[in-house]
Design a protein around this ligand. Structure first.
Ligand code: SAH
Ligand code: SF4
Length: 346
């Protein structure tokens, strides 16, 4: 399982072969990833055979395609049964991969399918990076119609809270940026608001984008949706996000999942506008993807437009996110539900 070793430890796999073989192998894994070890054409057959079908640290359990082949969702299954989801969304000039940082999540946001099923375990750095390498190999070797043949954006918006798995996510970022050669500016770490993690990330050398999943603009409502808000209330989160912005010069984005009658009122828009203005942040609105264990429903389209207009009137930059692949996934964490192999909801 070469991705489970650090890129600097690959020598262990080549045995007595000359050292340039290690460089070749590292290139295949990180610079020009391929779907099968047999595609590593300049490696000797015995080395390719020794990797064999253990190239990836997971099996592809479900692969689904939607939006005329421009959305693809994978449910990978690690050897111990942990589910790892990734979604690739292709556009004419962009290919965005959404990756997971944990199997499950311990933070229990009420409207989130991943949160509803609880925490399984942290993903290893190699399991995080392998999602990126797999999508890269897919784009190069199979491709999507009318979509670039390489990733242009990577977002930590799949399963799990990346800043609750800080050290492993940090190592995954190091491999992506320093070994794969992916620009830090094409990576977004999305957090529910782990204040210590935001502060640690600010001290790392890479200018990755930070997305803050806010969803509510006052503590009472936010705590009811996002329980960790009790520990890290909005004022603390805002201060940490501001420091991140000042240190990195990267505009913060605020994620806001639109729930009918819950957080889509003009009062919330008004309070959100104040926060976004203070942070000079960009707001992304996304309609809720309904989940099995929550009554919450998506706000309707007109209402989302009105909410966006209210923010714009206050001078806030806002985007209504598209809802790619709804017919194949329903929500992050949903594939695991469909696979029937999921844990029992808590
Ligand atoms: N734990 C991190 C990253 C993973 S969740 C975080 O919370 O930011 C990625 C994004 O999906 C977050 O903005 C989250 O709020 C959003 N999300 C979760 N459940 C959703 C749902 N059912 N519908 C729409 N967005 C959802
Ligand atoms: Fe975890 Fe993010 Fe889901 Fe909250 S929204 S439960 S932090 S994955």
């Amino acid at each position: 399982m070469p991705y489970l070793l650090a890129p600097e430890e690959l020598g262990e796999l080549v045995g007595d072969a000359p050292s340039y073989r290690v460089d070749q192998l590292r290139d295949w894994l990180y610079r020009t990833p391929v779907l099968h070890a047999q595609d590593m054409t300049n490696l000797p057959a015995d080395l390719r055979d020794s990797i064999g079908d253990r190239l990836w640290p997971f099996d592809v359990e479900i692969e689904q395609s939607a939006d005329a082949g421009t959305t693809r969702k994978w449910l990978f299954r690690a050897g111990d049964g942990a589910a790892i989801e990734a979604v690739l969304m292709g556009y004419p000039r962009r290919a965005t991969l959404c990756i997971s940082s944990q199997a499950g999540c311990a933070l229990g946001c009420t409207f989130c399918a991943t949160g509803q099923f609880g925490f399984e375990r942290h993903l290893e750095p190699g399991e995080i990076v392998a999602q990126v390498a797999y999508a890269q190999a897919f784009l190069r070797q199979i491709g999507m119609p009318g979509v670039p043949d390489h990733l242009t954006n990577i977002v930590f918006m799949g399963m799990g809270e990346p800043l609750a798995n800080f050290d492993r996510v940090r190592e995954a970022l190091r491999r992506m940026i320093e070994v794969m050669g992916i620009s830090a500016r094409s990576i977004t770490v999305s957090t529910v608001g782990m204040v210590p993690g935001i502060r640690r990330l600010a001290n790392e050398p890479w200018p990755v984008y930070l997305a803050v999943s806010l969803h509510a603009a006052d503590d009472e409502l936010r705590t009811s949706l996002v329980p960790i808000n009790k520990r890290y209330p909005i004022a603390d989160l805002e201060a940490a996000a501001w420091d991140y912005f000042e240190k990195k010069g990267r505009r913060i984005s605020i994620e806001w999942t639109m729930m009918d009658g819950v957080n889509d009122t003009l009062d919330q828009a008004d309070k959100l506008a104040s926060i976004a203005q203070r942070l000079k942040a960009h707001v992304n609105l996304i309609a809720l993807n309904p989940t099995p264990l929550s009554e919450a429903r998506a706000s309707n389209e007109l209402h989302i437009e009105e909410f966006a207009n209210a923010l714009e009137r206050r001078g806030v930059n806002v985007t209504i996110r598209d809802t790619r692949g709804r017919d194949i996934d329903a929500a992050c964490g949903q594939l695991r539900v469909l696979s029937g192999n999921s844990r029992t909801p808590r």
